[in-house]
Design a protein around this ligand. Structure first.
Ligand code: ZN
Length: 306
C-alpha cells in the first residue's frame, strides 16, 4: 500500500426546511455556516456547509435542505450517524448547557470507554457527541467518527483496512447489536469509522434525516488520482473527478451500499470569499452566476443568529 486515508473530509445529509437546520447546527451545536451555495446538480435548492471557523476538512457537515422532503428511514446500507469530538473537560459543560436549554438527548452511554450522548436534529437524525482526550480550545473539535450500518460489515471492513489503510481498534457487543471500530492511523480529525450490525434491521429509505454520503480525505489532487487507480485495481468503479468548487470529488458505492466520496483538501472554502465573511452570502459556481437573480428568487431566505 502506497497511501492511506487520513480520515473523514465531510459528511452530507438530507434535511427538511433549511432554517431549522441552520438554527440547530449554528445555535445548538455552535458550528459556523461556512458556505451557503446551491446543490450543483439542482441549483434551485440550497447546499449548506457547516464547520469550524476555517472550514477545515474533518469538521464539515453539509446538507441538501428540501422544504417538502419526505422523511427518510435510517437502516443498513447507510451511514447511520455522525459524531463530533468533545475535547477533554468539556463534556459535562455540554450536558449542563443542553439540560438548561431543555434540549433532549440520550445517554451518556459508554462506547469503547468514552461517554457518548445522542441529540436529534430537527429531522430526527442522530448527532453524537463523543468525549475525547483532545485538547482543542473549542466546545467541539470537528468529527470524531461516522457510523456505517451494514448487514454484513466484513466486506466494508476489508475495503477500509486493506485499501484505505484503517486498522481494527476494537469490537463491542451491546444487546442486539455489534460495533467494529476502525481507525485511520495518524490521529487526524474524523479518523474513526464504526461498522454497526444489528439483529433487527429495517429497510433503509433515503430522505430527510438521513446521510447521503461520507467523504474521505485525499490531501492532494495527485492522491485523488492515485485513489482512482488503487480503487479500480481493488474492483471498485469510481466516477471521474468532479469539480465541486471547494474540493474535487470522486464517488463510488462501497460493498455494503454506502456512497463513499474521496475529496481533496484544496482549494477549500476560502477560494471564492474571504475566510472572515465565509457563509454570509450566496456563493455560486461560475456556471450559475448568469442565473443568480433567478436562483436568489426561489431559494428560501436564511437567518443566522449572531
Ligand atoms: Zn460530498
Amino acid at each position: 500500500m502506497t497511501q492511506t486515508i487520513p480520515g473523514i473530509h465531510h459528511v452530507t445529509a438530507i434535511s427538511g426546511p433549511a432554517q431549522a437546520n441552520v438554527d440547530f447546527y449554528t445555535a445548538t451545536l455552535g458550528q459556523r455556516l461556512v458556505k451557503r451555495t446551491v446543490n450543483f446538480d439542482a441549483p434551485d435548492t440550497w447546499h449548506l456547509y457547516y464547520g469550524d471557523r476555517a472550514g477545515s476538512p474533518g469538521a464539515i457537515m453539509t446538507f441538501f435542505p428540501f422544504a417538502d422532503a419526505a422523511p427518510g428511514r435510517i437502516g443498513p446500507g447507510m451511514a447511520s450517524a455522525h459524531a463530533y469530538a468533545v475535547p477533554a473537560g468539556r463534556f459535562d459543560g455540554w450536558l449542563d448547557r443542553l439540560r438548561a436549554a431543555g434540549i433532549a438527548f440520550a445517554g451518556p452511554v459508554d462506547r469503547f470507554g468514552a461517554r457518548v450522548i445522542t441529540l436529534r436534529d430537527p429531522d430526527g437524525a442522530p448527532v453524537e457527541l463523543v468525549e475525547t482526550d483532545g485538547t482543542a480550545e473549542a466546545d467541539l473539535d470537528g468529527f470524531h467518527s461516522v457510523t456505517l450500518w451494514l448487514r454484513d460489515p466484513a466486506r466494508t471492513a476489508r475495503l477500509l483496512t486493506r485499501v484505505f489503510g484503517y486498522v481494527e481498534a476494537g469490537h463491542e457487543r451491546t444487546p442486539g447489536a455489534e460495533r467494529l471500530r476502525l481507525v485511520a492511523p495518524g490521529g487526524a480529525r474524523g479518523s474513526v469509522v464504526d461498522l454497526l450490525r444489528t439483529d433487527v434491521a429495517p429497510a433503509a429509505r433515503p430522505g430527510a434525516g438521513t446521510i447521503h454520503h461520507v467523504a474521505f480525505r485525499a490531501p492532494g489532487v495527485q492522491d485523488q488520482v492515485a485513489w482512482q487507480d488503487i480503487l479500480a485495481q481493488a474492483g471498485h468503479r469510481t466516477t471521474p473527478v468532479i469539480d465541486r468548487q471547494y474540493f474535487n470529488a470522486i464517488y463510488f458505492r462501497e460493498p455494503g451500499g454506502v456512497l463513499f466520496e474521496i475529496a481533496t483538501d484544496a482549494p477549500g472554502f476560502a477560494v471564492d470569499e474571504p475566510e472572515q465573511t465565509m457563509g454570509t452570502r450566496l456563493m455560486l459556481p461560475p456556471q450559475y452566476e448568469p442565473i443568480r437573480d433567478r436562483i436568489e428568487r426561489v431559494l428560501p431566505p436564511l437567518r443566522v443568529a449572531a
